[in-house]
Design a protein around this ligand. Sequence first.
Ligand SMILES: Cc1ncc(COP(=O)(O)O)c(C=O)c1O
Length: 471
Amino acid sequence: MPTKMSIDSKATDLDRNADNEPDPASSSSAEAPGTPSDPQPMGAPSATDAIDERPIASGQKASGQKASGQKASGQKASGQKAVLGFSTQSVHAGERRQKPEGSVSAPIFTASTYTFESTDSLLRFVDGLEERDEYGRYGTPNERTCEAKLAALEGAEEAIIYSSGMAAIVGLLMSRLSAGDEIVFFDQCYHRSREFCTKHLARFGVVTRQVPTGDFDAMEAAINSKTKMLVSESPTNPHLTAVDLEKFVALGKSSEVETLIDATLATPYNSRPIEYGVDFVLHSATKYLGGHNDLLAGVLCGRSEALAPVRALRGVLGSVNSSHNMYLLERGLKTFELRMQRHNENGQRVAEFLDSHPRVERVYYPGLPSHPTHGIAASQMRGFGGLITFLVKGADWKETSRVVDAANIPRIAPSLGGVESLIEQPLVMSYYHCTPEERQQFGIYDNMIRMSCGIENAEDLIADICQALDA
Ligand SMILES: Cc1ncc(COP(=O)(O)O)c(C=O)c1O
């Protein structure tokens, strides 16, 4: 008995009927622009590329340079498929051209259940002859529109949306792992991801092996016949370490183990791990993808075949999102490229300012040459995002709190990637209940501050953090 709606393989066609009505235009065109099997060269140079941002070539790793002769977004040479720009995709992918009542924006489908005209129509559905909605736990029209947009932006065959980033991690690992299996992950990561693996998966007999971030020899040594998945963030939270995706994928392939990258801090604008061959890419869409600090969501991207059982389990776990949230996500995605350009610019400028400030001991930002993984980041990212972690020179935890409290523009809160700048002291925010030994192990210091640069003006953020440091 079918329990899910599968994503239309033409999910990213601009004219795709997001409500699953037949779309004759797309059904005849196997090579329609923007189909998941045709990842868009989203990094092709465009007029909107900021000077300090690196383009990412289509279907290959970032070159760090604009390749001469590369087609600009939207150009189409004879015999070539049309190339749609990143924003064109984020505005239009997955949407019907003509929506109910001629509305330009998406109606919010609040229904928890979907009606059948007759038993015959129900039979067509259960026999798999008709794709349509059935019950909200298996997907909704609003969710599918966002999934199509995110698959297009990520260059993935398919995307699955969850109620949060954590729900996406849990959903994938619960689907992929069984008692006795093992996973190996790089140890710098979001603390709840680590907690889920070490505390909760362990209760179901899954072993988690943590190795130092970026140490591929240690990762290889930790792999054995029971290993099912290699897991990493890139860049990592909160140390902003970029992981060499080429090496990560090579190790996964040579060991015949699947790979997962949590690319929340990078976003598909700055990095597209699927182009390197990563099996699953995950984002907390609560962050840059939603972008307005007003929703929780997670997304998992990958090959349709690999995601089919993961989607089926989501329908059982019930970790779906609401149509209201999906409307907010869809709306947020429309300005995604514009916001990311500003986040990248603000992050770089504030990081450079902090790097030069006498009260700052160290800045963790992959766009700074002083970051240990700057070379890796520069070769595989187009920009470095808005998140910056730094240490206040010689400060104890109280002096560090005073800097946080003196900031007027960034508000004190967890999370990142929204239009409003946020600031926090990891010791007090996320790691307060850890022992000093655990904090030492996780690289969390008393004088550490994490700042998420929003889309305010960089000069205002710099002036504000300057006065906070000087206060
Ligand atoms: C890197 C990373 N992954 C996953 C998550 C979890 O996402 P969510 O808060 O949407 O559950 C977070 C949250 O901060 C994160 O920073």
